[in-house]
Every structure is written in C-alpha cells, then in structure tokens.
Design a binder for this molecule. Sequence first.
Ligand code: FMN
Length: 182
Amino acid sequence: APKANDSSFIAKMKASGKNIVVFYGSQTGTAEEFALRLVKEAARYGMKALYPADPEECEMEELSKLSEINNSLVIFCMATYGEGDPTDNASAFYEWLKTEEPDLTGVNYAVFGLGNKTYEHFNSMGKFFDKRLEELGATRVVEAGVGDDDGNMEEDFLTWKDTLWPAVLDFFGLEMNLQEIS
Ligand code: FMN
C-alpha cells in the first residue's frame, strides 16, 4: 500500500529539487506519453521535472502550493472524451476545479489539449483547464496547445513544444542553453 504522503506531489518536488510537474488526463495513453516526453525534455533545458503525474493519485488541492517553489511550472496534457468530458483519471480533479475556488495566484501553468475535431466538443478539456486556471489567478506561461488527431496530433504537439520551452525560459529569465543528449 502507498505511504500516507505518497500523494503529496509538492513534498516530492521539494525533496527532489524539482520545479516542474506534468499532469496528464489520459484514457488510451497519448496524453501520458506526451507528458513523459515533456518531463524528459525539461532536463535538456536545465530544468527538473517530476515524473508524469496522474491527477487521480495526487492531492490536487496542493496546486496552490506550487507558488512556494521557485520558478515552478505545472503543465497539463489533457484529453477530451464523450460529450466533452474528462478522462476517468482526471474527472475528480475536473469536478474539484470546476466547483471549488482555490486561489492559484503565483501558480504558473501551460496546457496542451488532446482531441479530435470530428467531435462536437472539440478539445473542451484543454480549453476548460486553460481558462479555469487563469480565472483562479494562475499565470499562463504560453498559449495553450490544441492537438487534433483527425489531423496530425504529433505535429500539433511538436509545434506547441517549440513555443513552450522558449516561453518558459523567457518567463523565468533563464538562458536558452540546450544540453546535448545522445
Ligand atoms: N476529442 C474531442 O476533442 N472531443 C471529444 O468529445 C472526444 N471524444 C472522444 C470519444 C472517444 C470514444 C474517443 C476514442 C476519442 C474521443 N476524442 C474526443 C479524441 C481523443 O481526445 C483523442 O484521441 C486523444 O488523443 C486521446 O488521448 P489519450 O490517448 O491520452 O486518451
């Protein structure tokens, strides 16, 4: 059984010196894979990201505490299902964020939404999180990405990623100093 404090992502970030956390709302793994790639890539830019985090296994009420960590960022990779619904693993977090009013001042965020434009509620989860976080006082570091797997999801992700890292470095006043990885 997990330890009592296993769900505290803030404690884990502080203990391991991480400044980025990447959450995913995923049903068939695409958003989770993107989250993993972002975690790995953060290292290339000299930043440290906590492994991809499942909102269902984390105390999402801790989100506001990100402001306690210097140069911190939360990234959300969120897929949409059904009638514009969240994935199963993101539904409790979605309900909480929709109904509660946490003060997210000082929380810096970026959102990549995954969807398919043949559905009526195209990318509504990505759009919801991007809008709601701002409403609650959080700071958008880069324009939200809109992935469409009716077109080319991979290309949408790559295009967004190319805007993400320069925006993050610029936001934190860090130098673009790409680490070579073999
Ligand atoms: N995309 C949308 O934009 N809106 C939808 O309402 C929507 N409903 C879906 C329902 C089903 C049954 C499936 C299979 C896909 C749906 N999609 C919808 C597309 C998914 O969001 C997209 O395929 C996404 O990449 C899935 O991410 P995941 O692999 O992380 O679960």
